[in-house]
Design a protein around this ligand. Structure first.
Ligand code: MRU
Length: 347
């Protein structure tokens, strides 16, 4: 399993996911601006991964800054935090990870201690995520049977997290245990995280995976023995409404129509009790060229009006279960999610 992010004290090494599957290239980042650019350009992507990358960016900044006055150091740290937070708006893990690091630094009594606390916290976020993903995989696997085929969208796999992924974790665990599971992957227009990343990841793991274009989802659900749709998420609101890659809402509606369970794999770090409902989740809109061009070649008349939302929101009524590291929530999302979040350590 390739690791998408590695921290090296004076730099963070990021696997360039835009170059996959054909080139395995790493970006060597020594500044917050370089990490910001990697997040913005989706060189690192997936909600947990962008949180980790941003946390490590703060650690690298802390190690490189020459400020010795703690008040100045913390003020600059907050500015770096705000800057990194401006890279992408939807995945709450970005803000969660940045705030965790800043809150830990604020408990320091001098700059040397603050540096150490920042590094420890960023490394802890990465280590915890590996465990979280494995637990999500265990819970998800309990909903599945030998021989099952799932359908997914985007990439909620190992390279979107510290390891295992969220929606793809049950496939990895099934493989480890000799349980046969297979997958259909939606290609995920416009940036093709499904075909470039999910198919590549699952092939590397020896999981049987079939690629479809997004417009084939309805026909596939109607004609193939799909046992469940399982997706990752970028933000779950307090009432269970869930933002994930554009196209997810359509899959949820289809799953309901075809009587197939629709599961959301969600680390607690992606659950945002401050956001009451899906209507309040900020949806990123990206550059028109992502749709009007394909590999640099125009595929639409120049000047075409474009609407390019990167995410959509699935209302909780379409969600059969939200699978977290602390267990599976099936209904009464408002209370159940609040209960699970309460058991998380406070910042
Ligand atoms: O735009 P992306 O590629 O960052 O979108 C990612 C997704 O939508 C994932 O499903 C989500 O972040 C979960 S990753 C475990």
């Amino acid at each position: 399993m390739l690791r998408s992010i590695a921290y090296h004290g004076d730099h963070v090494r990021i696997l360039d996911q835009q170059r996959l599957p054909h080139d395995t290239v790493y970006v060597h980042c020594t500044t917050t601006a370089e990490v910001w650019e990697c997040i913005k350009a989706l060189k690192v992507r997936g909600a947990p991964a962008i949180g980790m990358a941003a946390a490590f960016a703060l650690a690298v900044w802390a190690n490189r800054t020459s400020t010795t006055n703690l008040t100045d150091f913390l003020a600059s740290l907050r500015r770096e935090r705000d800057y990194l937070a401006s890279s992408r708006p939807t995945a709450v893990n970005l803000f969660w990870a940045l705030d965790r690091v800043v809150a830990r630094a604020a408990t320091a009594t001098d700059v040397t201690e603050a540096r150490q606390l920042i590094e420890n916290e960023a490394l802890a976020i990465q280590k915890e995520d590996e465990d979280v993903c494995r637990r999500i995989g265990e819970h998800a696997l309990s909903l599945m049977n030998d021989g099952d085929t799932i359908l997914t969208i985007c990439n909620a796999g190992a390279i979107a997290t510290a390891r295992y992924g969220t929606a793809l974790a049950p496939l990895y665990l099934a493989k480890e245990r000799g349980i046969h599971m297979s997958a259909y992957a939606c290609e995920t227009r416009p940036l093709l995280q499904g075909s470039r990343l999910t198919v590549w990841e699952l092939q590397q793991a020896g999981v049987d995976v079939t690629l479809i274009s997004d417009s084939m989802a309805a026909h596939t659900l109607a004609t193939k023995p799909i046992s469940a749709v399982i997706v990752g998420c970028d933000r779950v609101a307090a009432n269970g409404d869930t933002a994930n890659k554009i196209g997810t809402l359509g899959l949820a509606i289809l799953a309901k129509e075809f009587g197939i369970p629709f599961y959301v794999a969600a680390p607690l770090s992606t659950i945002d009790l401050e956001t009451a409902t899906g209507d309040a989740i900020p949806i990123e809109e990206r550059a028109p060229e992502e749709i009007t061009h394909f590999h640099g070649h125009p595929v639409a008349p120049s000047g075409t009006n474009v609407f390019n939302p990167a995410f959509d929101v699935t209302p909780h009524r379409y969600i059969s279960a939200i699978i977290t590291e602390k267990g599976i929530v099936r209904d009464n999302y408002q209370e159940a999610l609040a209960g699970l979040k309460q058991s998380e350590p406070a910042l």
